[in-house]
Design a protein around this ligand. Structure first.
Ligand code: AMP
Length: 307
Protein backbone atom coordinates (compact mmCIF):
# COMPACT_ATOMS: atom_id res chain seq x y z
CA UNK A 1 0.00 0.00 0.00
CA UNK A 2 1.50 3.38 -0.91
CA UNK A 3 2.56 5.62 1.98
CA UNK A 4 2.21 9.40 2.24
CA UNK A 5 4.43 11.18 4.76
CA UNK A 6 4.00 14.82 5.74
CA UNK A 7 6.59 16.61 7.84
CA UNK A 8 9.81 18.55 7.94
CA UNK A 9 12.21 18.53 5.01
CA UNK A 10 15.29 20.20 6.37
CA UNK A 11 18.91 21.14 6.42
CA UNK A 12 20.55 20.06 9.67
CA UNK A 13 23.76 21.15 11.38
CA UNK A 14 24.86 18.49 13.84
CA UNK A 15 27.77 18.12 16.24
CA UNK A 16 28.50 14.89 18.12
CA UNK A 17 31.62 13.73 19.97
CA UNK A 18 32.63 12.01 16.72
CA UNK A 19 32.48 14.92 14.32
CA UNK A 20 30.22 17.52 12.84
CA UNK A 21 28.37 18.54 9.71
CA UNK A 22 27.45 22.16 9.00
CA UNK A 23 24.72 21.48 6.51
CA UNK A 24 23.22 18.18 5.52
CA UNK A 25 19.93 16.90 4.21
CA UNK A 26 17.58 16.07 7.09
CA UNK A 27 14.08 16.50 8.38
CA UNK A 28 11.70 14.00 9.87
CA UNK A 29 9.86 13.38 6.59
CA UNK A 30 13.13 12.78 4.71
CA UNK A 31 14.46 10.23 7.22
CA UNK A 32 11.08 8.50 7.30
CA UNK A 33 10.70 8.45 3.52
CA UNK A 34 14.15 6.96 2.87
CA UNK A 35 13.55 4.21 5.44
CA UNK A 36 10.01 3.39 4.24
CA UNK A 37 11.14 3.33 0.59
CA UNK A 38 12.72 -0.10 1.13
CA UNK A 39 9.24 -1.58 1.51
CA UNK A 40 6.68 0.30 -0.55
CA UNK A 41 5.93 3.33 -2.69
CA UNK A 42 6.42 6.56 -0.71
CA UNK A 43 5.07 10.04 -1.39
CA UNK A 44 6.69 12.86 0.54
CA UNK A 45 4.86 16.12 1.25
CA UNK A 46 6.33 19.29 2.74
CA UNK A 47 7.63 22.74 1.87
CA UNK A 48 11.18 23.71 0.83
CA UNK A 49 12.81 27.01 -0.11
CA UNK A 50 15.09 28.24 -2.88
CA UNK A 51 18.10 26.68 -1.15
CA UNK A 52 16.73 23.16 -1.74
CA UNK A 53 18.05 21.91 -5.03
CA UNK A 54 18.30 19.01 -7.44
CA UNK A 55 21.05 17.31 -5.42
CA UNK A 56 18.71 16.95 -2.44
CA UNK A 57 15.77 15.88 -4.60
CA UNK A 58 17.98 13.28 -6.26
CA UNK A 59 18.68 11.56 -2.93
CA UNK A 60 14.93 11.00 -2.66
CA UNK A 61 14.37 10.18 -6.34
CA UNK A 62 17.09 7.52 -6.25
CA UNK A 63 14.87 5.70 -3.76
CA UNK A 64 11.84 6.03 -6.05
CA UNK A 65 10.21 8.45 -3.61
CA UNK A 66 7.51 10.56 -5.25
CA UNK A 67 8.58 14.19 -4.80
CA UNK A 68 5.64 15.83 -6.59
CA UNK A 69 4.20 16.79 -3.18
CA UNK A 70 7.27 18.83 -2.24
CA UNK A 71 6.13 22.42 -2.39
CA UNK A 72 8.79 24.89 -3.54
CA UNK A 73 8.10 28.25 -1.87
CA UNK A 74 9.78 30.88 -4.03
CA UNK A 75 11.86 33.34 -2.05
CA UNK A 76 11.69 31.10 1.02
CA UNK A 77 14.28 29.24 3.08
CA UNK A 78 14.15 25.54 3.92
CA UNK A 79 13.57 24.52 7.56
CA UNK A 80 16.89 24.54 9.42
CA UNK A 81 17.78 22.73 12.64
CA UNK A 82 21.02 22.75 14.62
CA UNK A 83 21.66 20.27 17.40
CA UNK A 84 24.50 19.00 19.55
CA UNK A 85 25.02 15.72 21.39
CA UNK A 86 27.30 14.97 24.33
CA UNK A 87 28.53 11.53 25.38
CA UNK A 88 24.99 10.47 26.22
CA UNK A 89 23.63 10.18 22.70
CA UNK A 90 20.12 9.66 24.06
CA UNK A 91 19.81 13.35 24.84
CA UNK A 92 20.61 16.33 22.66
CA UNK A 93 20.49 20.07 22.81
CA UNK A 94 18.66 22.03 20.14
CA UNK A 95 20.75 25.14 19.46
CA UNK A 96 18.71 26.67 16.65
CA UNK A 97 15.43 26.08 14.84
CA UNK A 98 14.58 28.26 11.85
CA UNK A 99 11.10 27.44 10.57
CA UNK A 100 11.60 29.23 7.25
CA UNK A 101 8.98 28.05 4.76
CA UNK A 102 7.32 25.96 7.49
CA UNK A 103 6.02 29.12 9.14
CA UNK A 104 3.17 29.53 6.68
CA UNK A 105 2.80 25.91 5.63
CA UNK A 106 -0.81 24.90 4.95
CA UNK A 107 -0.74 21.29 3.75
CA UNK A 108 -2.81 20.68 0.67
CA UNK A 109 -2.31 17.18 -0.65
CA UNK A 110 -2.10 16.70 -4.40
CA UNK A 111 -3.81 13.87 -6.27
CA UNK A 112 -0.92 11.41 -5.86
CA UNK A 113 -0.44 11.93 -2.11
CA UNK A 114 -4.20 11.65 -1.57
CA UNK A 115 -4.34 8.17 -3.08
CA UNK A 116 -2.27 6.53 -0.35
CA UNK A 117 -3.68 3.83 1.93
CA UNK A 118 -1.15 4.60 4.64
CA UNK A 119 -0.18 7.95 6.13
CA UNK A 120 2.56 9.01 8.52
CA UNK A 121 2.13 12.38 10.21
CA UNK A 122 5.69 13.25 11.17
CA UNK A 123 6.38 15.67 14.00
CA UNK A 124 4.72 18.97 13.08
CA UNK A 125 2.15 21.27 14.69
CA UNK A 126 -0.84 19.01 15.58
CA UNK A 127 -3.39 21.25 13.82
CA UNK A 128 -1.44 20.65 10.61
CA UNK A 129 -1.40 16.92 11.30
CA UNK A 130 -5.17 17.02 11.67
CA UNK A 131 -5.52 19.03 8.46
CA UNK A 132 -3.59 16.31 6.60
CA UNK A 133 -5.56 13.53 8.25
CA UNK A 134 -8.82 15.19 7.17
CA UNK A 135 -7.63 15.00 3.55
CA UNK A 136 -6.96 11.25 3.87
CA UNK A 137 -10.03 10.01 5.76
CA UNK A 138 -10.10 6.47 4.36
CA UNK A 139 -6.59 5.20 5.00
CA UNK A 140 -6.01 1.60 6.08
CA UNK A 141 -3.33 2.67 8.57
CA UNK A 142 -2.38 6.08 10.01
CA UNK A 143 0.47 6.78 12.43
CA UNK A 144 1.70 9.93 14.12
CA UNK A 145 4.84 11.24 15.84
CA UNK A 146 5.12 14.35 17.99
CA UNK A 147 7.40 16.05 20.52
CA UNK A 148 7.44 17.73 23.94
CA UNK A 149 6.96 21.21 22.41
CA UNK A 150 3.46 20.31 21.19
CA UNK A 151 2.56 18.60 24.48
CA UNK A 152 3.47 21.92 26.15
CA UNK A 153 1.78 24.39 23.80
CA UNK A 154 -0.92 22.49 21.87
CA UNK A 155 -1.94 19.57 24.08
CA UNK A 156 -5.67 19.51 23.26
CA UNK A 157 -5.03 19.56 19.54
CA UNK A 158 -2.38 16.85 19.88
CA UNK A 159 -4.75 14.61 21.84
CA UNK A 160 -7.39 15.10 19.14
CA UNK A 161 -4.84 14.25 16.43
CA UNK A 162 -3.75 11.10 18.32
CA UNK A 163 -7.36 9.97 18.63
CA UNK A 164 -7.67 10.13 14.85
CA UNK A 165 -4.84 7.68 14.09
CA UNK A 166 -4.23 3.95 14.56
CA UNK A 167 -0.75 4.24 16.02
CA UNK A 168 1.16 6.77 18.10
CA UNK A 169 4.98 6.66 17.91
CA UNK A 170 6.60 8.76 20.64
CA UNK A 171 9.77 8.98 22.75
CA UNK A 172 9.31 7.38 26.16
CA UNK A 173 9.80 10.61 28.14
CA UNK A 174 7.26 12.38 25.94
CA UNK A 175 4.76 9.56 26.37
CA UNK A 176 5.06 9.84 30.15
CA UNK A 177 4.70 13.62 29.92
CA UNK A 178 1.65 13.35 27.68
CA UNK A 179 -0.17 10.82 29.88
CA UNK A 180 1.21 12.22 33.15
CA UNK A 181 2.06 8.72 34.29
CA UNK A 182 5.50 7.41 35.33
CA UNK A 183 5.07 3.87 33.99
CA UNK A 184 5.52 3.38 30.27
CA UNK A 185 2.83 0.72 29.99
CA UNK A 186 0.48 2.75 32.18
CA UNK A 187 1.12 5.87 30.09
CA UNK A 188 0.52 4.04 26.80
CA UNK A 189 -2.71 2.42 28.03
CA UNK A 190 -3.89 5.79 29.32
CA UNK A 191 -3.37 7.32 25.87
CA UNK A 192 -5.14 4.37 24.22
CA UNK A 193 -8.11 4.84 26.56
CA UNK A 194 -8.66 8.40 25.25
CA UNK A 195 -9.34 7.26 21.73
CA UNK A 196 -12.10 5.32 20.05
CA UNK A 197 -12.34 1.66 21.07
CA UNK A 198 -10.78 -0.83 18.72
CA UNK A 199 -7.37 -2.10 17.83
CA UNK A 200 -4.82 0.68 18.20
CA UNK A 201 -1.19 0.74 19.22
CA UNK A 202 1.44 2.90 20.89
CA UNK A 203 5.15 2.58 20.14
CA UNK A 204 7.47 4.05 22.77
CA UNK A 205 10.90 4.88 21.36
CA UNK A 206 13.59 4.24 23.95
CA UNK A 207 16.66 5.52 22.07
CA UNK A 208 19.69 3.35 22.77
CA UNK A 209 17.42 0.90 24.62
CA UNK A 210 15.17 0.10 21.69
CA UNK A 211 11.41 0.37 21.40
CA UNK A 212 8.27 -1.02 23.05
CA UNK A 213 4.94 -1.77 21.43
CA UNK A 214 1.89 -1.47 23.66
CA UNK A 215 -1.69 -2.30 22.76
CA UNK A 216 -4.75 -2.49 25.04
CA UNK A 217 -3.93 -6.10 25.89
CA UNK A 218 -0.45 -6.73 24.53
CA UNK A 219 3.20 -5.79 25.05
CA UNK A 220 6.33 -6.42 22.99
CA UNK A 221 9.75 -4.85 23.13
CA UNK A 222 13.02 -5.07 21.26
CA UNK A 223 16.40 -3.70 22.25
CA UNK A 224 18.24 -1.46 19.84
CA UNK A 225 20.66 -3.38 17.63
CA UNK A 226 23.90 -3.45 19.64
CA UNK A 227 26.51 -1.25 17.99
CA UNK A 228 29.94 -0.48 19.35
CA UNK A 229 30.12 2.82 17.50
CA UNK A 230 27.33 5.32 17.13
CA UNK A 231 28.20 8.47 15.19
CA UNK A 232 24.99 10.53 14.92
CA UNK A 233 21.55 9.53 16.29
CA UNK A 234 19.70 12.30 14.41
CA UNK A 235 16.76 10.87 12.54
CA UNK A 236 16.91 7.46 14.22
CA UNK A 237 13.35 7.83 15.49
CA UNK A 238 12.06 8.74 12.05
CA UNK A 239 14.01 5.90 10.43
CA UNK A 240 12.47 3.54 12.97
CA UNK A 241 9.03 4.89 12.07
CA UNK A 242 9.81 4.57 8.35
CA UNK A 243 10.84 0.94 8.68
CA UNK A 244 7.90 0.14 10.98
CA UNK A 245 5.20 1.86 8.93
CA UNK A 246 6.77 0.86 5.60
CA UNK A 247 6.76 -2.80 6.57
CA UNK A 248 3.11 -2.58 7.66
CA UNK A 249 2.25 -0.86 4.36
CA UNK A 250 3.91 -3.62 2.34
CA UNK A 251 2.62 -6.61 4.33
CA UNK A 252 -0.50 -5.50 6.14
CA UNK A 253 -3.17 -4.98 3.54
CA UNK A 254 -5.68 -7.27 5.26
CA UNK A 255 -4.83 -6.73 8.92
CA UNK A 256 -2.39 -3.82 9.43
CA UNK A 257 -2.62 -4.20 13.23
CA UNK A 258 -2.18 -7.97 13.50
CA UNK A 259 0.14 -8.61 16.49
CA UNK A 260 2.64 -10.80 14.60
CA UNK A 261 2.90 -8.23 11.81
CA UNK A 262 3.47 -5.37 14.28
CA UNK A 263 6.28 -7.33 15.91
CA UNK A 264 8.05 -7.97 12.62
CA UNK A 265 7.55 -4.32 11.72
CA UNK A 266 9.28 -3.39 15.00
CA UNK A 267 12.26 -5.50 13.95
CA UNK A 268 12.53 -3.78 10.55
CA UNK A 269 12.23 -0.34 12.15
CA UNK A 270 14.93 -1.25 14.66
CA UNK A 271 17.25 -2.57 11.94
CA UNK A 272 17.03 0.53 9.74
CA UNK A 273 17.43 2.91 12.69
CA UNK A 274 20.63 1.08 13.62
CA UNK A 275 22.16 1.77 10.21
CA UNK A 276 21.11 5.41 10.38
CA UNK A 277 23.11 6.11 13.54
CA UNK A 278 26.34 4.68 12.14
CA UNK A 279 27.00 7.77 10.02
CA UNK A 280 25.86 11.39 9.88
CA UNK A 281 22.38 12.36 8.74
CA UNK A 282 21.07 10.33 5.81
CA UNK A 283 24.57 9.25 4.67
CA UNK A 284 24.31 5.56 5.58
CA UNK A 285 20.63 4.95 4.80
CA UNK A 286 21.02 6.65 1.40
CA UNK A 287 23.26 3.78 0.24
CA UNK A 288 21.70 0.99 2.30
CA UNK A 289 20.62 -2.28 0.61
CA UNK A 290 17.64 -4.47 1.44
CA UNK A 291 19.83 -7.54 1.99
CA UNK A 292 21.76 -5.65 4.70
CA UNK A 293 18.47 -4.84 6.46
CA UNK A 294 17.29 -8.45 6.23
CA UNK A 295 20.58 -9.68 7.65
CA UNK A 296 20.28 -7.40 10.67
CA UNK A 297 16.69 -8.53 11.28
CA UNK A 298 17.91 -12.15 11.34
CA UNK A 299 20.64 -11.17 13.81
CA UNK A 300 18.10 -9.36 16.00
CA UNK A 301 15.86 -12.41 16.07
CA UNK A 302 18.80 -14.59 17.10
CA UNK A 303 19.86 -12.14 19.82
CA UNK A 304 16.42 -11.83 21.37
CA UNK A 305 15.13 -15.41 21.18
CA UNK A 306 15.15 -17.77 24.11
CA UNK A 307 13.29 -20.89 25.13
P1 AMP B 1 14.72 12.56 15.26
O1 AMP B 1 16.19 12.49 15.59
O2 AMP B 1 14.18 11.27 14.74
O3 AMP B 1 13.90 13.11 16.38
O4 AMP B 1 14.53 13.59 14.05
C1 AMP B 1 15.48 14.56 13.74
C2 AMP B 1 14.99 15.38 12.57
O5 AMP B 1 13.87 16.18 12.97
C3 AMP B 1 16.07 16.33 12.09
O6 AMP B 1 16.47 15.94 10.79
C4 AMP B 1 15.42 17.72 12.10
O7 AMP B 1 15.54 18.39 10.88
C5 AMP B 1 13.96 17.47 12.42
N1 AMP B 1 13.43 18.41 13.42
C6 AMP B 1 14.08 18.96 14.48
N2 AMP B 1 13.26 19.79 15.17
C7 AMP B 1 12.06 19.77 14.53
C8 AMP B 1 10.79 20.42 14.73
N3 AMP B 1 10.59 21.29 15.74
N4 AMP B 1 9.79 20.15 13.87
C9 AMP B 1 9.97 19.29 12.85
N5 AMP B 1 11.14 18.66 12.59
C10 AMP B 1 12.18 18.88 13.41
Amino acid sequence: MPVTVVGSIAFDAVKTPFGERERMLGGAAVHFALAASFFDEVRIVGPVGDDFGEAELDVLRRHNIDVSGIEHVHGGKTFFWRGEYGWDLNSRETLDTQLGVFENFQPKLGPVAKQSDVVFLANIQPDLQRAVRAQLPDTRFAALDSMNLWIDVARDSLVAAINEVDCLILNDAELRQLAQKPSLVGAAREVLSWGPPGHRAVVAKLGEYGAALITADGYFSLPAFPLETVVDPTGAGDCFAGGFVGYIAAQGRDKPLAPTLLRRAMAYGTAIASFNVQEFGTERVARLRMDEIDERVVDLRRMTAFS
